[in-house]
Design a protein around this ligand. Structure first.
Ligand code: HEM
Length: 495
């Protein structure tokens, strides 16, 4: 006879009945003592955890990063120590503004968040599919995101809020132009690039600092939906990107990305001789000035067995770096160092690093104890204070970064768009110029379609303000959008 597993409560008590509650007589009320009924209902009630405040809809998979080129002259990070070295990793893709159940083909940037399980600890590179971002100071992030979420009154997405914010913050132009191109509706997650976006740093064996940008180029080739194709796919399959990723990995068609870096010496970045602020996330470092350097290849080859356990509970944080990789003074990155672990403590609890997908598979030792859901042994009987006379845990100064040179003695609230840092137009202008005529047409069409959703008493003001920015990016871009929106520019001037 085939032996079955006993169905039990969470505490191990075998179920005697799983479909009928205990009642007084066939048609009578239920008994309080039917504990199995309570447990089933109570656990179900607690199945949902808060969704991520941004990037709530996502897909992920495990894989391997393999070094193909020697970059040890820039970094001592062990995962880059030799050609051929492999590091296990997790990658979670996402859209940004939609809820957990929203459609995968919405116009939005895509998240590209990586966790490398390195022997020196977990390194999280939490980037997007775009090399720049909408705003350049962390203080502006929450306001920006509010415009991407639902209107507090109508509870609907609002192009009015979006364009109001963008038009009042021309620093967003570069990212807005990328978002409004067909790159804003990528064909799933396999056919787009990933970027660290911020400037980070690398430290070599001599502890020399180099500033660096990370680029993951898709080996599948760039492929996008047009605006209309994306809308059709939304009606047909809300989970297109999830399905595409999962089915390809299941079929052994493992997607790959080639990691490349751009590097700038610390000395040059500090000299302020470059015409851009190298720590401004609204700007790229042009490849002509800073060519791409090959590093390695990332391959996704294993779907998670359980989505909630491994992907919903995954917690990435730009603060999680390893020896040989460092931060930079980028004001957005600096804000993110605080924000992510804070979000995880709220979303997953104070011991979120112990959830298997987040746990460092190598050694971690410290004096952190207790807290909800502690499950790693909690330090056993070892001392929970420092210094003590019993254990031999020590700091290691060998991991210390060199001091950071700063260029001011004064703390203040400096204008992020001060003189010399207020050219919001040249880089989007260059981007528009290198687009093919078809890409330009699609971008204009997408912007016109999107801006047509602006409504309300401030409609003309918002449209005119944004048009003036587009004119400064490129005269043809501004004129074509004005034309598409039916705005008579000369007449507007006369009014
Ligand atoms: C100051 C600016 C920013 C703040 C305060 C911020 C904050 C957050 C927060 C709170 C989350 C949710 C975390 C969670 O609950 O797991 C998140 C997710 C995310 N953010 Fe940001 N963010 C900022 C800028 C950026 C930028 C510039 C990028 C890309 C370059 C980015 C990429 C992502 C990604 C990919 C995720 C999803 C990570 C995942 O898959 O779990 N964010 N962000």
């Amino acid at each position: 006879m085939k032996s079955h597993k006993k169905l039990t409560t969470a505490s191990g008590r075998p179920y005697v009945e799983n479909e009928n509650s205990q009642s007084v007589g066939v048609r009578g009320p239920l008994l309080l003592q039917d504990y199995i009924l309570h447990e089933k209902m109570a656990h179900f009630n607690r199945e949902r955890i808060p969704e991520r405040v941004v990037h709530a809809k996502g897909s992920g998979a495990f894989g391997t990063f393999t070094v193909t080129h020697d970059v040890t002259k820039y970094t001592k990070a062990k995962m880059f120590s030799e050609i051929g070295k492999e590091t296990k990793m997790l990658l979670r893709f996402s859209t940004v503004g939609g809820e957990k159940g929203s459609a995968d083909t919405e116009r939005d940037p895509r998240g590209f968040a990586i966790k490398f399980y390195t022997e020196d600890g977990n390194w999280d590179l939490v980037g997007n599919n775009t090399p720049v971002f909408f705003v350049k100071d962390a203080k502006k992030f929450g306001d920006f995101i509010h415009t991407q979420k639902r209107d507090p009154h109508t509870n609907m997405k609002s192009p009015t809020m979006m364009w109001d914010f963008w038009s009042l913050n021309p620093e967003s132009l570069h990212q807005v132009l990328i978002l409004m191109s067909d790159r804003g509706t990528p064909y799933g997650y396999r056919h787009m690039n990933g970027y660290g976006s911020h400037t980070y740093s690398m430290l070599d064996e001599a502890n020399q600092r180099t500033y660096v940008k990370f680029h993951f180029k898709t080996a599948q080739g760039i492929k996008n939906f047009t605006n209309e194709e994306a809308a059709q796919m939304k009606a047909k399959d809300m989970d297109f990107s999830q399905r595409d990723l999962m089915e390809n990995i299941d079929a052994g068609n493992f997607p790959q990305w080639n990691l490349k870096i751009q590097v700038m010496t610390e000395e040059y970045a500090n000299s302020q001789d470059y015409y851009l602020n190298p720590f401004d996330v609204t700007k790229v470092w042009p490849h002509a000035d800073y060519p791409l350097i090959d590093v390695g290849v990332l391959e996704l080859n294993q779907n998670p067995h359980n989505y909630f356990q491994d992907i919903e509970q995954a917690a990435f944080a730009p603060a999680h770096i390893v020896d040989g990789i460092g931060y930079s003074p980028d004001k957005m990155l600096q804000g993110r160092l605080l924000s992510y672990p804070d979000a995880h403590r709220y979303r997953l609890g104070t011991n979120y690093e112990q959830i298997p997908v987040n746990r460092c598979p190598f050694s971690t030792n410290n004096y952190e104890r207790d807290g909800q859901m502690r499950m790693d042994g909690n330090g056993g009987g070892n001392p929970n204070y420092f210094p003590n006379s019993f254990d031999d845990m020590q700091i290691d100064q060998a991991y210390k970064e060199p001091p950071l040179e700063v260029n001011s003695h004064f703390a203040d609230w400096y204008d992020r768009n001060c003189e010399g840092e207020n050219d919001h137009f040249s880089q989007p202008g260059n981007l528009f110029k290198i687009m093919t005529p078809e890409q330009q047409q699609n971008t204009i069409h997408n912007i016109v379609t999107h801006m047509s959703g602006i409504e309300g008493p401030k409609k003309n003001q918002i449209i005119n303000r944004q048009l003036s920015h587009f004119y400064r990016v490129d005269g043809r871009l501004g004129a074509s959008i004005a034309d598409g929106l039916g705005v008579d520019v000369d007449m507007e001037k006369l009014e």
